[in-house]
Design a protein around this ligand. Structure first.
Ligand SMILES: Cc1ncc(COP(=O)(O)O)c(C=O)c1O
Length: 384
């Protein structure tokens, strides 16, 4: 698949313009094989030995994602968690990590428990503050700075270019969980990041029917080889059919994300003056420091995720979620169907998530329908 000069949107729509050389099919096949024939001279001229290392069914999704992110290489994984944890397992016990206080809760818990027990020293900081990141650095010991931007579930925004500069000056890498921004809105590698991570379960796939993860690297170097080896050794590979579904989903990434952004912006603006909403958290609502950074490092919108803090606290928030019809009460995000979630009760004790917060993942339904459905739920919850 060669560089055609077409835009990322065109490359995604056509899965890199791939045509099967034998059948002329416009959709790639699924390769089910778990093993590959060895040559008579004992070599493996195909470059493939055993499917725990890789599979031709991954090639398409990996090449497309690398192109969309402007990266050199991509690896797809069995989940976002296995992709993210590979970045930390590639370090050595004793190494230091700087990570956000507000981030995807399961990864934060894994860093605070397993990774710490295994020997990493992890400092959690207010990652929307460049000063806080800089103050946490231990030059020589800090090996990776991790960002999630915008961050679950309050959508605070971190300055990727500033964090890359801080990390690199201390000899560390910058890894960015860009699940929520997607390459449609932000390309972290162009802003100086070394690794981009995705829960491909979310927008990249977009249809709430697979669990998948991905890493994209700025360089094909020794560190990248280590990440590839970790996937192969732990066997945290995606199934062949799921890889095909991921590629299918990525073909519509641009129109899905662009639609969700327009709808989320409109919902954020309308709920900001709703009598039952105390505060709307959305990077597209200015003026704020987060809005300024988001406006600088994003193109074409502020994303499909927002949160409403409900007047009346936790009880009113849970009662609201109970009364929606069109929104679906479920965790996860980035699918074509809109989801609503009382987030604090999913994250559990110690969460920085306010108890009155409803997390909204905006899908591709009609925006007025979404507003009206949540509006009636908020008003009925108030009366109950
Ligand atoms: C921002 C973010 N990062 C990582 C993950 C973990 O991904 P997965 O559920 O695919 O393992 C999630 C899942 O919700 C997420 O929202």
């Amino acid at each position: 698949m060669k560089d055609t000069g077409f835009s990322a949107a065109s490359l995604a729509a056509q899965a890199m313009g791939w045509i099967d050389p034998v059948t002329r099919a416009v959709v790639p096949p699924i390769h089910m094989a778990s093993t590959y024939q060895r040559d008579e001279d004992n070599g493996y001229s195909s470059g493939r030995i055993y499917a725990r290392a890789d599979n031709p069914s991954f090639d398409h999704a990996e090449a497309t994602l690398a192109a969309l992110e402007g990266g050199v290489k991509a690896l797809i994984f069995s989940s976002g968690m296995s992709a993210a944890s590979a970045c930390f397992l590639a370090l050595s016990p004793g190494d230091h990590v700087v990570a956000p206080k507000v981030m995807y809760w399961a990864l934060r818990n894994w860093l605070a428990t397993f990774a710490t027990h295994w020997g990493l020293a992890v400092d959690f900081v207010d990652a929307e503050s460049t000063d806080a990141i800089a103050a946490a650095m231990r030059p020589g010991a800090t090996k990776i700075v991790w960002l999630e931007t915008p961050a679950n579930p309050t959508w605070v925004v971190s300055d990727i270019a500033a964090a890359a500069d801080i990390a690199h000056r201390a000899g560390a890498l910058l890894g960015v969980d860009s699940t929520v921004a997607t390459p449609v809105l932000t390309r972290p590698l162009e802003l100086g990041a070394d690794i981009v991570m995705h829960s491909a379960t979310k927008y990249l796939n977009g249809h709430s029917d697979i669990i998948a993860g991905a890493l994209v690297g700025a360089r094909d170097d020794a560190h990248w080889a280590k990440l590839r080896a970790i996937r192969s050794q732990l066997g945290t590979i995606l199934g062949q059919t799921e890889a095909w579904l991921l590629m299918r989903g990525m073909r519509t990434l641009f129109p899905r994300v662009q639609w969700a952004c327009r709808s989320a912006q409109s919902l954020a603006e309308r709920f900001a003056s709703h009598p039952m909403v105390a505060e709307v958290l959305y990077p597209g609502l200015g003026p704020s420091a987060g809005h300024t950074v988001a406006a600088r490092q994003r193109k074409g919108g502020f994303g499909g995720m927002l949160s409403d803090r409900v007047k009346g606290g936790e009880r009113a928030a849970i009662a609201t979620a109970a009364r929606v019809g069109l929104w679906k009460r479920a965790t996860s995000l980035g699918g074509v169907e809109s989801l609503i979630e009382h987030r604090a009760s999913i994250e559990g004790p110690g969460t920085p998530c306010p108890p009155d917060l409803l997390r909204l993942s905006v899908g591709i339904e009609d925006s007025d329908d979404l507003y009206n459905d949540l509006d009636q739920a908020l008003r009925r919850a108030d009366n109950s």
